[in-house]
Ligand binder design. Sequence first.
Ligand code: AMP
Length: 282
Amino acid sequence: MTTVKTRNKLEQLLKERQKSSKIVGLVPTMGALHQGHFSLIEKAQQETDLVVVSIFVNPTQFDNASDLQKYPRELKQDIDKLSNHFKDIIVFAPLPEEIYEEQIAAEHFDFDGIENQMEGKYRDGHFDGVGTILKKLFTIINPDKAFFGEKDYQQLMIVKKLVEIIDMPIQVIGCPINREESGLARSSRNKRLSAEDREKATLLFKSLTNIKADFGTIYALKTYKKAKEDFNTNSDFKLDYLIIADAKTLVPCLDFDDDRKYRAFIAAEIGGVRLIDNMALN
Ligand code: AMP
């Protein structure tokens, strides 16, 4: 495993390696790595000849300075974990000035309205920040395939639009949500949950599971409303949204066509930690 911190070094290394590695895969992360990230790297290793894992807490995708400041940074442990788990990957862990040069600012993108749904309503400019960092990483690394978790499903759809907009031939691959035994979706933010809140936070997964179980039956609407009510009447949680949306456009809906795919999406805060999760319904 090789760790590089500068763009020049990475570009040089990729040039050398590209002679023998035909298909390059990229797994972008913000670090504080867990099994969810590892599942993406495993998939990338299966599907490509050379995997680059980037670790960079991207300032432009945080609309809230305190959230950015509280985001866990564990580069040394991350590098240890990666070297214990994976052979032959390149880790790119740049400093902000290496990526943003003079000015830490986001470019504006038009993602066909996907950016205005769900997270877009609660995290101002978030997807411009995501688009900005990924455009930069894609340009530096020029991967053939890039791997993203369905955990951040809206982000996955944004990245698919981004590669169309910037017109790069990158295959964007969605990977299944990796969960703790309790059903809680793994997240770097879970570390900040108390043991009690971690247990309570399984309500997100349970609610999505109930909505899925009754989807397509006469109980569907009742189950969905009950799940929302469970959060709204529970003082441990602050619910941002619990919606069912078209899996492609992410437009919320309560009328369903047999030939379309739908997902349920949730964002809720518990103990000052904002969690998101989602599930395919059909
Ligand atoms: P992050 O470090 O949170 O920005 O995540 C980096 C990548 O890992 C993103 O594509 C996430 O969607 C993905 N990811 C994070 N948690 C999970 C999980 N529990 N299961 C699958 N993918 C995940």
